[in-house]
Design a protein around this ligand. Sequence first.
Ligand SMILES: [Zn+2]
Length: 270
Amino acid sequence: MSNSIAFFDSHCHFDFPEFDADRMEVWQAAQTLGVNALVMPGVYPQQWNRLVDLSLAVPGFYWAFGVHPCWIHQVPVDADSLCRYETQIDTHLAALPEQERHRCVAVGECGLDKTIDLPLSQQLDVFSWHIALANRLGKPLIVHSLKTHNELISLCKKHKPRYGGVVHAFSGSYETAMQLIDLGFCLGAGGVITYERAQKTRATFARVPVESIVLETDAPDMPPSGRQGMRNTSQSLPLIAQALADLRGVSVAEVAAKTVANTRRLFHCG
Ligand SMILES: [Zn+2]
């Protein structure tokens, strides 16, 4: 694979402790493969300081503020607490030098998940708060949706994310994908498309408009086929690009160029 090809990892939890021992070595290795930018999503308020510090320390790193549905049970999410988080985010943004503010590219990771033991009504409240916040800040959303695409679509029809967003690690049918695209979402293509058995999702990514696709690893989770059980890193991104190129019958260079342009357009970076 040529080194002149560039990739953008639109979803990578690179601030997680799994990378504490060798983060910059991993980043160096990913850069050697052409990965030169990544977005780290927010997962809970106590993590945000570290996320901002790490992002600002490395060119090509971007971040988002959010409360991931899987972390909701660990932090208070009553109306007063959400209000406090919003003030915290505003304070973070106001404290940044003007030229760095664009590196906070989105609101999220937020969304809905039917596989966790938390009432959907509570998840919907917290997700609605993220939509309102994104609309106020003028930023797109990074959305996690697991077995909740219908709920996601009906909520976003009523409460529209005005600056679009991405449904990360999308898995689902072409029809669902097109409904999300009509609502202004991009779809994150991740490790799932490298698995032969993911036929429905692979067929979806073979057909949806290329302008709506961004690449992601979701590292350290979601290792691609052949790397099951291993820590995932941004070094997997070229494998995911190759899988997408094969599905669409185009070159990796074309997939890389288009998905980088889509990611930069979505997140207003560069
Ligand atoms: Zn994630």
